[in-house]
Ligand binder design. Structure first.
Ligand SMILES: Nc1ncnc2c1ncn2[C@@H]1O[C@H](COP(=O)(O)OP(=O)(O)O)[C@@H](O)[C@H]1O
Ligand SMILES: [Mg+2]
Length: 462
């Protein structure tokens, strides 16, 4: 469960959201803190400036006239601003009159005459204060006689931060919930086809190739995977079907001559065929069926080796002209006997590097088919040519031709319309041509004839 894509995807999604939310919140808090701190200082400075000016004037007036006429009431000011106002310095503002909170002289250095910012805990207070000190002078540039300090509790910033944190937390929780729902939905969308594919793989591993691989909407990588997977499943199914067919055909093909042979042998043993002529006919039958069996077994073995690619092919220089001449000559006698117009047309005589015996096997096969299907008095041609990088050997006939629906089938093993044939000839020729780096092409006009063309690369393969 925890290892499944369905769980991991949304989990990853959520972790991403949480991490980025926390980072964003941390940055926002840090920014807010420094901003709030600065704003607070600006406010304190402004207040300190104004108040200092007020008290300074009073002090100057009092110094000039000797009268204490302090009209300002710090408690009210404090209430109005929410800040605390302190005084440190010479005893100019008597407590009872000014109402200012006096600080001991050594609380902070005020004699330097410079305005400054600092943090401190005023005597009798429990909290730390952020404070701005502003010196007071009787005359510009004279030694200060004291300083006014405006301070505000530091917790002010902290409480602002807490409020912000609460809101950010709420926003983060909302974001996580939304992301969880979205992540769950998206991951389901992504994983559904993957899960379906994985189920289909299970089916295939159990040997059920006709699985229903679901369509994936919107394409993408998973769609591509599903498409290829569907093709793979159907190929596997076909391959298995072919293998089964092949096996069944082989056993069937082997059984037919064997049954015939056994019948004749039984008859001979039981002495049913006493007549020497019948006996001789039986023996002839046995001999020819044995020959057929031998050929069949040889062909099946060839094909099996070819399909398993366990076939050793020679690489030798082959004079295609001479080779075609040899193939052509083998059917000359038959052509004369059956009155077939048998012609050769060798436009070129290329020499290529290939396996001569195998090429001869293919051409002989095509010629034997042409003679098999061409009626007496018909026409068969053998052509040799070369053009752009390939050598072509074509066998033309004016037999019945091959119907469109059978063009692919005739190259499959055991597919035959010939009662005495095995249906292996073209299958072997097709595999051999492929093994030699070439192919066989078929053009046929049903009722008119066929043209089987073997195409081989003129240059050897790497
Ligand atoms: N030249 C041709 N003209 C018409 N049909 C052909 C020709 N060559 C092959 N075929 C068809 O292809 C089938 C398969 O041929 P092949 O593989 O050589 O097996 P076989 O010769 O044993 O029947 C034949 O049974 C026939 O129906
Ligand atoms: Mg044949």
């Amino acid at each position: 469960m925890l290892g499944s894509l369905r769980f991991r995807l949304p989990a990853l999604f959520l972790v991403g959201i949480v991490v980025s939310g926390v980072i964003a919140a941390a940055i926002a808090l840090a920014l807010f803190q420094s901003y709030a701190h600065k704003q607070l200082l600006v406010k304190l400075r402004r207040e300190a400036n104004g108040l200092t000016e007020l008290y300074q004037k009073q002090a100057i007036a009092a110094n000039d006239t000797g009268a204490h006429t302090l009209r300002f009431a710090p408690p009210q000011l404090e209430r109005a601003t929410g800040d605390k106002i302190f005084y440190v310095g010479a005893d100019v503002f008597p407590d009872q009159v000014s109402g200012l909170r006096q600080l001991p002289q050594n609380t902070v250095d005020w004699r330097s005459g410079k305005a400054r910012t600092f943090e401190f805990r005023p005597p009798g207070f429990t909290r730390t204060y952020l404070a701005v000190l502003q010196p007071m002078r009787l005359a510009p540039r004279s030694t200060p006689f004291g300083a006014l300090i405006v301070a505000t509790p530091k917790t002010e910033i902290a409480s602002g931060l807490r409020r912000l944190l609460e809101r950010l937390g709420l926003a983060l929780i909302g974001g996580i919930l939304a992301a969880a729902v979205l992540g769950w939905y998206l991951s389901r969308r992504i994983t559904r086809p993957v899960l379906a594919l994985s189920k289909a793989t299970d089916e295939i591993s159990r040997g059920h190739y006709d699985v229903d691989v679901p369509e994936v909407r919107g394409g993408g990588e998973v769609g591509h995977l599903a498409q290829r997977f569907r093709e793979m499943a159907s190929r596997l199914g076909e391959a298995e079907q072919q293998e089964r067919n092949f096996l069944m055909s082989v056993s069937h093909e082997l059984r037919t001559p064997l049954t015939a042979i056994r019948g004749h042998v039984d008859a001979l043993r039981e002495g049913i065929a006493a007549d020497p002529a019948v006996r001789a006919a039986s023996l002839d039958m046995i001999a020819s069926e044995t020959l057929r069996l031998e050929r069949l077994v040889g062909d099946v073995l060839d094909l099996a080796k070819l399909e398993a690619q366990r076939f050793t092919l020679l690489s030798e220089e082959v004079d295609m002209g001479r080779l075609c001449e040899q193939a052509y000559a083998a059917f000359g006698e038959q052509a004369r006997r059956r009155g077939i117009d048998y012609e050769k047309r060798f436009d070129e005589s290329p020499t290529i590097v290939t396996d001569g015996d195998r090429v001869l096997q293919i051409i002989s096969n095509l010629l034997s088919n042409a003679f098999r299907w061409t009626p007496d008095g018909g026409k068969v041609d053998l052509e040799l040519g070369a053009s752009n990088g390939s050598v072509s050997v074509a066998v033309d006939d004016n037999g019945p031709g091959v119907p469109l629906a059978e063009r692919e089938r005739i190259f499959r093993p055991f597919w035959t319309r010939d009662d005495s044939g095995t249906g292996l000839g073209l299958a072997i020729a097709h595999e051999l041509a492929a093994a030699l780096g070439g192919r066989i092409e078929l053009q046929s006009e049903p009722g008119e004839g066929s043209r089987f063309e073997l195409l081989l690369p003129a240059a050897p393969r790497d």
